[in-house]
Design a protein around this ligand. Structure first.
Ligand code: CUV
Ligand code: SF4
Length: 626
């Protein structure tokens, strides 16, 4: 099937296709080539029935019933699939939550030793404090912040059996009751992740039900804990996003400028790099080397953080990272953690591009290592930008080809910005939903996946839903995809159904709203929770659904799971490695609905998926009597 795998079949985006063609012509290997080399992929792995947890393995279960039905220890397909799933959730939760911890520690450093990260958003600080019951009247920002740091770190370390403080403060009562009744209220973010590893190590938990339940608990610790903490503390330190303009796609790279691409996840790094890129001294230096200036742009989730807060251009999403280098115009790609292909170093070798790794926990062999340290953030950021600038004379002009493709995009839809746009309450939105102008809301998240035509599912699903008067909110690589395809423009409302179109026109907003990076999926939870409180119902009663149409990472598995745990039907556009167990599949796609009010729904075809999500939303409306 992939013998004739053309650039047009790999991505729906013209700029991306152009760079795939350039890579092919120049013999540069990309993710699609490596996927092709992997085919056919292992059937056992695809079903999730392979176990490597102990050294008696690897064990695998024959899905057709002819070969072995148990591993050496006696584990069945049900146990093996459930264990693999829980480990994926734990890894995803770890990624988001460790990121959250880093932000809290940055604020702690600021309070104790004065880092170059002052508190930028005192209003947000006070809002978060009020939610958590921290007194604010007559207190200095630093005092309030100190209490918040303590509570957040407590959620990573407390040893009692009570629900973590952030989930307790942010989730509505009805939702918390569901969690308590089911025994999935998380007690400590780190502890749930550790317990996931403990339960799934050789010879511990073998019951798919209790395993999946603990996976759900761990995911809640992420969505209503680690990720939420990341978002809230980032807003406090770097400012809460406001509605504003930006640009997206490979075309944001500039031929005559020093191009720096900032790729990864944690704004603690990217915030400082874009500051340093505006340093007059470094701009002078760039000019001395014959460039017109410095062009710092984002990539993947850290790019979304910058786009949300500063309108910084974003060069692309996950599957475009290698292609940014293929333009031949990138002086440096600066990376920290998560979703960064180790192959970047190989692609960079075909050009003058320097890959600079900065996180003490992520080293890329062959990269330049400039490890980041909050205390010396300004100095290190300048050093990184200087490396890029000094690399400009090494650029080979003959190898440069920057695709024209880019689009403008409105973003910055934090919950606060949405409320402000609506005049302080969600009422106008809720009224539009009750009146039926907007039928419901779908939150779309997550990744690209080399197995899925790049951006295809994101765009087709979004188009189909807005046509049916469903407002879309979302984050991650979905957001970049929409930004690239012009969906985040108010005029795109023309493509929406009559009802949604009229609401968008009245408010001057696009029919799909960019809420930020992956950790900002917590913003969607907060929004859904606010709506539930206003209407006096639980999140599971609302006409909502979720989707990860091009899911790829373990983080996406975790996000999907906490959407389900929050009472939301969640679509997956790729068949997850859980289908090797009938029981686990039934648990996730059916039984969960009766237990937590949400479930997974698997459908690779985005048009079919849209239909099911619409039907689900209509059934929720009916139950609400609207
Ligand atoms: Ni954190 S997790 S591929 S960059 S959204 Fe994009 Fe987003 Fe998935 Fe990664
Ligand atoms: Fe095999 Fe059991 Fe060891 Fe897994 S834990 S590798 S199924 S013996």
């Amino acid at each position: 099937m992939l013998k004739d795998w053309k650039p047009e079949d790999k991505s729906i985006d013209k700029a991306t296709q152009e760079m795939i063609r350039k890579a092919e012509k120049e013999g540069i290997e990309t993710a699609w080539d490596r996927l092709k080399a992997q085919l056919p992929q292992c059937g056992y792995g695809q079903l999730g029935v392979c176990c490597r947890i102990c050294m008696q393995g690897p064990c695998r279960i024959d899905p057709f019933g002819n070969g072995p039905q148990k591993g050496v220890c006696g584990a069945t397909a049900e146990t093996i699939v459930a264990r693999n799933l829980v480990r994926a959730i734990a890894a995803g939760a770890a990624g988001h939550s460790d990121h959250g911890r880093h932000v809290v520690l940055a604020l702690k450093e600021t309070l104790e030793h004065g880092t170059p990260y002052p508190i930028k958003d005192e209003k947000k600080l006070k809002d978060v404090a009020k939610k958590l019951g921290v007194p604010v009247e007559g207190r200095k920002a630093e005092e309030i912040a100190k209490d918040l740091v303590e509570i957040a770190l407590g959620d990573f370390s407390k040893q009692d059996e009570e629900i973590i403080k952030f989930a307790d403060a942010y989730a509505n009562k009805k939702r918390k009751e569901v969690w308590k009744k089911t025994g999935v209220a998380p007690r400590n973010i780190d502890r749930e992740i550790v317990e996931s590893m403990h339960r799934t190590t050789m010879g511990v938990d073998h019951d798919p039900l209790s395993l999946v339940a603990h996976g759900i608990k761990t995911s809640i610790a992420d969505g209503w804990g680690g990720s939420l903490i990341a978002t809230e503390f980032q807003d406090i330190l770097f400012g809460t996003p406001k509605i504003g303009k930006g640009e997206a796609n490979l075309g944001v790279l500039k031929e005559d400028y020093v191009n720096i691409v900032i790729h990864g996840h944690e704004p603690v790094l990217s915030e400082k790099i874009i500051e340093a890129a505006q340093d007059p001294e470094l701009i002078e230096l760039a000019k001395k080397y014959g460039a017109k200036g410095i062009n710092a742009v984002g990539m993947c989730c850290t790019g979304l953080e910058l786009l949300m807060r500063h309108g910084t251009p974003i060069a692309g999403n996950y599957l475009q990272q290698e292609l940014a280098i293929v333009t031949g115009a990138v002086e440096a790609m600066v990376v920290d953690v998560q979703c960064i292909m180790p192959s970047l170093v190989d692609v960079a070798r075909c050009f003058h591009t320097k890959i600079i790794d900065t996180s003490s926990l992520a080293t890329f062999p062959g990269a330049v290592h400039v490890k980041f340290d909050e205390m010396r953030a300004d100095e290190i950021a300048r050093e990184i930008v200087r490396i890029a600038v000094e690399n400009f004379p090494n650029r080979n002009k003959d190898k440069v080809q920057i695709p024209k493709g880019k689009s403008e995009a409105i973003g910055g839809f934090s919950v606060e910005a949405i409320l402000e746009a609506l005049g302080g309450t969600l009422k106008p939105l809720e009224e539009a939903i009750v009146s039926g102008k907007i039928r419901g809301v779908v939150g779309i998240v997550g990744c690209n996946n080399a197995k899925i035509r790049h951006n295809h599912n994101h765009i087709v699903l979004t188009d189909e839903l807005i046509k049916n008067d469903i407002l879309i909110i979302g984050t991650g690589c979905w957001a970049t995809a929409c930004a690239e395809h012009g969906i985040f423009l108010p005029e795109y409302a023309e493509k929406a159904g009559e009802g949604l179109k009229s609401v968008c026109k009245a408010l001057g907003i696009p029919p799909a709203l960019n809420m930020g990076s992956c950790v900002d999926c917590s913003r969607m939870l907060v929004l859904a929770d606010l709506m539930a409180r206003d209407l006096g119902v639980d999140i599971s009663d609302l006409p909502l659904a979720g989707s990860a149409p091009e899911a790829m990472t373990e983080k996406a598995v975790c996000i999907g799971t906490y959407f389900v745990a929050s009472g939301i039907l969640t679509h997956l556009g790729i068949v997850p490695p859980t289908v090797g167990s009938v029981e686990v599949t039934k648990l996730l796609t059916k039984d969960a609905m009766n237990i937590v009010g949400g479930a997974f729904y698997i459908e690779p075809d985005p048009i079919k998926a849209a239909k099911t999500l619409i039907d689900h939303i209509e059934s929720k409306r009916k139950a609400l009597g609207i």
